[in-house]
Design a protein around this ligand. Structure first.
Ligand code: NAD
Length: 352
């Protein structure tokens, strides 16, 4: 039995998360996987019902679950003055150290490139994002009005574990290749430490090919010829930029799923935000959230040594491939006319 939290978030989160959960429930039922689902308040709903956008009851329950599905947080949806950040503190609190972001092109979906199938791993607990690397205050300060100083934290532990997670993922993919992206010749100590740890981990995975590319050259190669890349591991700030660039290559935010992973827990969360411009109209693309749910099942299955969640994930992936290929139940951003729930229903039907 897996325990999985459901945190809908704000705006289109209220529409796409229920579709992801509907599809996950259908796949779980098909493979006989028991799941204890725990709906939990967060965001505006959390504020309305518990007076807080990240209610203590939600945090306490997340400590007990195997993982959770979390919709986007829309800060504009909050009452003025209550724009508590949720994602960085949650990642820090639960030590969700890597953001895993697949970038996959489809033959019949408009995209800059075809035959792209990359998984990015971005370290998300250190680097330059201040709330992740400081106990109090931020990683930036301004000693006088003419100077601003920001810091970047790189640790052996943080670099080693994100590299290890990348090799574990690569080991289960046909091409078995990991590319570490950094800028060691310039940032000799920080990128140097990250690169050293990647090289160390690579020696433990002789079955996986390993190479390194400097971040500026990588950004160019990603635009011109992304096809050779398989699994790409990088530090926080570089990953922040490259993963959005990756999403842009294959059709945009509606097609960009994600999973934040820790040692024992994971959070399914699409790359896109809460899209207030289209919220409440049942037109948001549920692909990214549904595929994030599939990633959660696959990761939990591998992490816990359970085959049923891995099978459920494979069922969802195959069903989604079919829905995309048939192209009769796609949302407007993919060139179709289906509603959010209509596309979710089609995936459920394809699961059978
Ligand atoms: P956004 O990702 O919400 O929207 C950007 C554009 O993409 C919009 O035009 C939107 O309609 C479109 N879009 C996004 N997701 C889509 C989907 N599933 N289907 C179809 N179209 C989609 O980015 P934004 O407008 O900059 O941010 C809106 C809010 O979301 C802000 O409050 C921001 O802070 C928040 N945000 C939250 C997260 C998160 O919680 N993970 C991530 C990014 C932004």
């Amino acid at each position: 039995m897996l325990k999985i939290g459901i945190l809908e978030g704000d705006d289109i989160g209220l529409e796409v998360v229920p579709e992801a959960v509907k599809v996950m429930k259908a796949a779980a039922a098909k493979v006989g996987l028991a799941v204890d689902w725990r709906p939990l308040p967060i965001g505006r709903r959390g504020h309305e019902t518990h007076g807080h956008t990240m209610p203590p009851v939600t945090v306490a329950t997340l400590k007990e679950v195997d993982g959770w599905v979390q919709g986007p947080i829309g800060h504009n949806a909050y009452p003025r003055g209550d724009a508590t950040f949720i994602n960085p503190p949650l990642r820090k609190m639960f030590d969700l150290f890597a953001s895993v972001k697949p970038v996959k092109s489809y033959a019949n979906i408009a995209s800059i490139h075809k035959n792209v199938d990359i998984v990015f791993l971005r370290e998300v607990t250190e680097g330059m994002q201040s709330s992740s690397v400081t106990h109090a205050g931020t990683g930036e300060f301004r000693p006088n009005d003419d100077i601003t100083i920001g810091h970047r934290v790189i640790t052996r532990k943080g670099s080693n574990r994100v590299a290890r997670a990348a090799f574990e993922i690569a080991r289960n993919r046909p091409r078995r290749r990991v590319t570490a992206v950094h800028k060691e010749p310039v940032y000799r100590l920080a990128c140097g430490m990250f690169a050293e740890e990647c090289r160390k981990v690579a020696t433990e995975y002789p079955d996986v090919k390993f190479d390194e590319v400097l971040v500026d050259g990588f950004a160019m190669k990603l635009v011109m010829a992304p096809q050779p890349f398989d699994v790409v591991v990088t530090t926080n700030q570089f990953g922040d930029i490259l993963t959005d660039e990756g999403a842009g290559l294959v059709g945009g935010l509606g097609l960009a799923p994600g999973l934040c992973i820790g040692e024992r827990q994971a959070m399914a969360q699409a790359t896109h935000g809460s899209a207030p411009d289209i919220a409440g109209r049942n037109i948001a693309n549920p692909y990214a959230m549904i595929m994030s749910g599939a990633m959660l099942f696959q990761w939990l299955g591998r992490n816990r040594g359970m085959s049923a969640p891995v099978e459920a994930a494979a069922l969802i992936e195959r069903a989604m491939d079919r829905v995309i290929a048939e192209a009769t139940s796609l949302t407007a951003d993919l060139g179709g006319t289906a509603s959010t729930s209509g596309m979710g229903d089609a995936v459920v039907a394809a699961i059978g």
